[in-house]
Design a protein around this ligand. Structure first.
Ligand SMILES: NC(=O)c1ccc[n+]([C@@H]2O[C@H](COP(=O)([O-])OP(=O)(O)OC[C@H]3O[C@@H](n4cnc5c(N)ncnc54)[C@H](OP(=O)(O)O)[C@@H]3O)[C@@H](O)[C@H]2O)c1
Length: 286
């Protein structure tokens, strides 16, 4: 089968690399084309344009930043080519997903929303978790392909369901991180060593939060795995998705504001999202 992959950033690159090794013919495209070139070592071909990719690929995978980026690339894909199936892995709003599903339907193209849980290192090990929204028979066709990077697939019904569940899960991740960061700041303000606090928290069910975030949060040199600006984007999408249905989400609204400030005023947008701790501690550096 001829496949196309659009968006070879932190997540898209390892996904495309694993897809290339499935033995299918893979065409890749990235806005900054140099970032796609190293995929040639895995046998992928770099498409010179979205038009070229869209004309040849039967299944097109997308992994870009947000609603806007997705709208931009998919309008080109649907204008020029006629893939049979689009698999959108990007974390986008359910409002955008509805728009994209309708547009694809008008063009006679199957559309699956399959946002991914897990970071680039999970993908490299083939251990992502795919949240699958769309027609099951269409998903079963692409399952052997997405299995290259997802060890589990959770079928959740419609494409919109998948998008909103992804935002809800990320909201829980970021809330847990923020809770740990603020609790740590509180005890540190009273001269308690982080280790003493983490040890106490680890005796409780809070252990999972400590295990996941404690070291990463304190490590100022932790490499960026998930950018803070993308976490701010996800929180805003979550809040607006609630607003869209008349559902207030007061804690997430505050969190979205804090992450946006850290990302913009704090200048931490391209740093790892766990830098939120240093933003609250010092203001801007971290
Ligand atoms: N990193 C994680 O741990 C993680 C985990 C799960 C889900 N996600 C989600 O995965 C998606 C990608 O995240 P990432 O971490 O891979 O971010 P990233 O490294 O910044 O990659 C973003 C990708 O989107 C492309 N892009 C942005 N704006 C575009 C536009 N207007 N037109 C065309 N392409 C555009 C970028 O192209 P350029 O290279 O030219 O900028 C790049 O390929 C996001 O939706 C994110 O929320 C990330």
């Amino acid at each position: 089968m001829r496949l196309g992959f659009i968006g070879t950033g932190a997540m898209g690159f390892p996904m495309a690399a694993r897809l290339a090794r499935t033995g299918h013919e893979l065409f890749v495209w990235n806005r900054t084309i140099e970032k796609a070139r190293p995929l040639e070592q895995y046998g992928a071909r770099v498409a010179s344009s979205l038009d070229e990719l869209s004309r040849v690929a039967e299944v097109v995978f997308v992994m870009v930043s947000d609603d806007e980026a997705s709208r931009e690339v998919l309008s080109a894909v649907l204008r020029e080519g006629r893939p049979r199936i689009i698999v959108n892995h990007s974390t986008v709003s359910p409002m955008y997903t509805r728009e994209a599903v309708e547009e694809a339907k008008r063009r006679g193209v199957e559309y699956l929303a399959i946002p991914v849980m897990g970071g680039p290192s999970d993908i490299e090990r083939g251990e992502g978790v795919c949240i699958v929204g769309g027609r099951e028979e269409v998903f079963r066709e692409v399952e052997p392909l997405t299995s290259a990077y997802c060890k589990e697939h959770v079928l959740v019904g419609s494409q919109e369901n998948a998008s909103v569940i992804k935002l809800a899960l990320n909201s829980m991740y970021f809330s847990a991180l923020e809770a740990l960061a603020e609790a740590l700041l509180l005890v540190e303000a009273w001269n308690v060593e982080p280790k003493v606090f983490f040890d106490a928290a680890s005796r409780l069910w809070l252990r999972v939060v400590v295990d996941r975030y404690a070291k990463r949060l304190l490590d100022e040199k932790y490499p960026t795995s998930f950018q803070l600006r993308l976490a701010a984007k996800d929180l805003h999408y979550a809040v607006f998705s609630g607003y869209h249905k008349g559902q207030p989400l007061p804690m997430l609204s505050e969190l979205a504001k804090t992450f946006l400030e850290a990302s913009t005023i704090g200048g931490l947008g391209r740093r790892d999202y766990t830098r939120i701790y240093y933003f609250l501690k010092r203001g801007s550096t971290g």
